[in-house]
Design a protein around this ligand. Structure first.
Ligand code: GLY
Ligand code: MN
Ligand code: MN
Length: 486
């Protein structure tokens, strides 16, 4: 087990959840970490903790539960809280035999000092202790629909509490989704999280630089020169460079399966690095980022495999890059989550009309194309998502407390579709900005653009003034990419 961070950070977050429970009338929050998963026969997938659990504990061993019990009232307007907030951890007991095989366990005896929890028990007594923790509590909070079998487990504990009704024990009479509280907290990154996200972004940017430089060097070397690869440069060679760079800087995992797409493969949005050969004259799209200490990064760059854009590639690349600039310019407090998407889409559509990807005579102007949606032939995804512990992080995309309004779209019956307005950006939020263009061969599409797929993606932290791009350690302008690869 690695304790990467001072336990005070997590104690502060647990206290915030405790206060939220108190504000809702008191109760108990319970939260398991993720299970270990078998990959095949005796081999497990590398263990990855549950993000919510880690957010509140900093504890990355499997077989653990956190319980936060909050009684009494939250403090109001400067008044101290009346009541108590207690956190209890259940974790795997010390076991010399298992530790010889699997590694050291923290154990319940050491947990309070190491993690700052008030009490800790062995996982062996979970079923015994949980009904006692739930007894006489007004409400139970746990993550809904995220852990297989959790609802059944909670039902079992509640039944044990209810069985003591004649002895005067009361059973929680309401259940709430703990994710509701945690999602909103996790949407706003604290200083501790921002520091890790910055570092994750730097490492990933360095990995993209390394992949670009390797690509140019290996193609220059050909199949026989020094540093050459006999069977040609393949997508997996560049994936290996990324993984090398992630790991050598201490990142534990890729945050998601790396995409390394040669040429036309870039038009497959969820392509995985395969064994396709990269040729001079082709573009290569890499969408890859590391996970560092539980936090993701998410970068896409598209570059010429041999370091020089062809005229057609450069035209489309510069359109995507301009669209990203337009999106970044509106990634600031007070704008809405959808604004970067809308800004990028307008620039992309202008580009589609200027280049003849869409014929002006047939499709009209930018507003006509926006209304018809015909641009989705070349740009079919959204421009970003929240990012944090999970690459597609939690957090509401619509403004909490706002009323649904006419979205301008129609439902299946042709009636106006009501939607809540998109989320207002605030400092501390982290989102990606990732426009793209994907040109599959099709009638009416200029041939010189066929099979070109381009995406550019950076991670943006919303600040008081605008945004800070966490991933700009790798160049983004076509001329700068060429200079790097020279
Ligand atoms: N790499 C996943 C994404 O860009 O959303
Ligand atoms: Mn992304
Ligand atoms: Mn990505």
């Amino acid at each position: 087990m690695t304790l990467l961070n001072p336990s005070a950070v997590y104690a502060k977050r647990r206290a915030a959840i405790g206060r939220a429970l108190q504000a809702a009338g008191g109760g108990v929050a319970l939260l398991p970490t993720a299970p270990e998963l078998v990959r095949n026969r005796d081999a497990d997938f590398p263990y990855r903790h549950d993000s919510y659990f880690y957010y509140l504990t900093g504890f990355d061993e499997p077989g653990a539960w956190l319980v936060i019990s909050a009684s009494g009232k939250a403090g109001q307007r400067g008044k101290a809280a009346q009541g108590t907030i207690q956190s209890t951890l259940f974790c795997r007991p010390k076991d010399l035999e298992r530790e010889i095989w699997d590694g050291i366990r923290l154990g319940p005896e050491a947990a309070p000092a190491a993690l700052g929890v008030d009490a800790a028990f062995s996982l062996d007594v979970l079923d015994e202790q949980m009904p006692a923790l739930l007894a006489n509590q007004p409400a139970v909070w746990f993550p809904f629909a995220t852990h297989k079998g959790l609802e059944t487990q909670v039902d079992g504990w509640l039944n044990k509490v209810r069985a003591k009704a004649r002895q005067g024990v009361e059973c929680p009479h309401s259940q709430h989704d703990l994710c509701r509280l945690l999602d909103e907290m996790r949407l706003f990154k604290d200083a501790h999280e921002i520091a890790i996200l910055r570092r994750a972004g730097q490492i990933s940017a360095g990995a993209h630089v390394r992949a670009m430089q390797t690509s140019a060097a290996m193609l220059r070397a050909g199949k026989t020169g020094p540093g050459s690869v006999k069977d040609g440069l393949r997508e997996y060679h560049l994936e290996a460079e990324l993984l090398h760079e992630f790991r050598r800087h201490g990142a534990q995992f890729p945050a998601y399966t790396s995409i390394v797409a040669a040429g036309a493969n870039a038009c497959v949005l969820h392509y995985r690095a395969g064994n396709a050969e990269l040729h001079p004259g082709q573009l290569c799209l890499i969408d890859a980022g590391c996970e560092l200490d539980g936090y993701a990064s998410d970068i896409t760059r598209t570059f010429p495999a041999d370091g020089k854009f062809s005229p057609a590639q450069r035209i489309l690349y510069d359109i995507v890059q301009a669209s990203q600039e337009a999106a970044v310019a509106v990634t600031r407090p007070g704008q809405r989550f959808n604004d970067p998407h809308d800004a990028a889409t307008r620039v992309l559509i202008e580009g589609m009309l200027d280049t003849g990807l869409l014929a002006k005579t047939k499709h009209g102007n930018v507003d006509d194309v926006l209304a018809s949606g015909v641009y989705k032939q070349f740009y079919m995804h959204r421009t970003g998502h929240w990012m944090g512990m999970d690459v597609h992080d939690c957090g509401d995309y619509t403004e909490p407390g706002s009323a649904p309004q006419d979205s301008g779209e129609k439902d299946a019956q042709g009636q106006p579709l009501l939607k809540k307005p998109s989320r207002i950006l605030q400092p501390g939020m982290v989102l990606t900005v990732e426009p793209g263009l994907y040109v599959r061969p099709a009638k009416g599409v200029p041939k010189k653009f066929w099979d070109i797929g381009i995406r550019i993606e950076d991670d943006a932290l919303v600040t008081a003034q605008g945004c800070e791009l966490l991933t700009r350690g790798v160049p983004v302008k076509s001329s700068e990419i060429e200079a790097l690869m020279r």
